[in-house]
Design a protein around this ligand. Structure first.
Ligand SMILES: [Zn+2]
Ligand SMILES: [Zn+2]
Ligand SMILES: [Zn+2]
Ligand SMILES: [Zn+2]
Length: 346
């Protein structure tokens, strides 16, 4: 499996290496172009630019663009993915085009490409209108007549959905504003249940904040490797103290996979380990947050565990982040997070 991946990368590299060779012979290349100008002019300038400005990995036009020291372009997502990949395989990350080393210090943003890309036309997926990329977001949110809309009375149960241009007409004839309170009660209950579900985690956090014993630590997880046949990358913090005990956090990638190199959707999970012997059982709630040095988008998920002398390690629990955020974490040298711990006192 790994060999297959390598060889496909090889093919990619070779074909792009060929391209490089061609472009280094400037004069014949230019001659070919003048001979071919008729064929070339048939392809629109914007399509030719798309071919030039696209990410070397995913071929999409990059919104945030990085370049290798030889100028090959990568979108931010692929750049992070390449760095994360190299971290997992314990290799030096390289540019998929020219194989030169890439990392956060070497590779710089290319604002000219980002600005040029923002000017290139794209199509609105709702109305198929062509417009510059930098206008798309606003168009989809506020101007597009075909954008999906819901009735303003959806909150009291109107199920109508349709394109924005039909919205005004629907709302004029919508029956929901004339329904009785009795009739809209069911819809309100559905909304209440959903809202309560959303608020559950926050209420839980607030009630934990009233605990007598609370502590937080800003932790740095450093990468380590096991010396198994297939080496695994894992992360660990130094010991830190909380509630008169010593602890560490361990994290690993895709707990459910034997070899996380072969997965695209990466996940991180972590466990809390008590390093000192507990004199009596200790029940804790704990919660990982992005913290002041984390810089990633993390949801809130609270776990709890009863630590005893025999049971000093929690399960590996999910770190509630998206795969792209996971790549960001793996691409960096260390993972920073804040761990908040709440002790249940009886
Ligand atoms: Zn890309
Ligand atoms: Zn390169
Ligand atoms: Zn549109
Ligand atoms: Zn309606």
């Amino acid at each position: 499996m790994e060999e297959a991946t390598n060889s496909s990368i090889q093919v990619l590299r070779e074909s792009s290496a060929d391209k490089e060779n061609v472009s280094s012979f400037e004069p014949p290349n230019k001659k070919i172009k003048t001979n071919d100008s008729h064929a070339d002019s048939k392809i629109k300038l914007e399509d030719r630019l798309c071919g030039i400005l696209c990410c070397a990995v995913c071929l999409d036009l990059p919104k945030t663009c990085y370049q290798c020291s030889n100028g090959h372009l990568m979108c931010a997502g692929c750049f992070n993915h390449l760095l994360a990949d190299a971290r997992i395989k314990d290799e030096t990350a390289t540019c998929p085009n020219c194989r030169c080393e890439i990392n956060r210090n070497i590779c710089i943003r290319n604002l000219a490409v980002e600005k040029a890309v923002s000017e290139l036309p794209t199509e609105c997926p709702f109305c198929n209108q062509r417009l510059p990329r930098y206008l798309l977001e606003n168009h989809q949110k506020e101007q597009c007549q075909e954008r999906p809309s819901v009735c303003r009375y959806s909150r009291i149960g109107c199920p109508w959905q349709g394109p924005c241009r039909e919205l005004a007409q629907h709302e004029e004839t919508c029956a929901y504003p004339h329904k009785s309170a009795e009739e809209v009660m069911a819809a309100l209950e559905v909304i209440d249940t959903r809202k309560q579900e959303e608020q559950k985690v926050y209420r839980e956090i607030f009630s934990l904040l009233s605990f007598e014993k609370i502590t937080f630590n800003d932790l740095q997880l450093r990468p380590f490797r096991t010396d198994d046949f297939i080496t695994r990358l894992y992360y660990e913090t130094s010991r830190f103290s909380a509630f008169n005990q010593q602890w560490v956090i361990r994290a690993r990638i895709n707990s459910d996979h034997k070899n996380p190199i072969h997965t695209i959707n990466r996940t991180l999970s972590y466990q809390l380990v008590a390093k000192t012997k507990l004199s009596s059982p200790m029940s804790l709630h704990f919660l990982a947050l992005s913290g002041p040095f984390g810089g990633i988008d993390m949801k809130s998920k609270i776990y709890n565990f009863e630590f005893t002398t025999e049971n000093a390690e929690t399960e590996y629990e999910d770190l509630p982040i998206e795969a792209s955020e996971c790549d960001k974490l793996l691409a960096a040298k260390t993972i920073n997070l804040r761990l908040v711990m709440f002790q249940v006192t009886k």
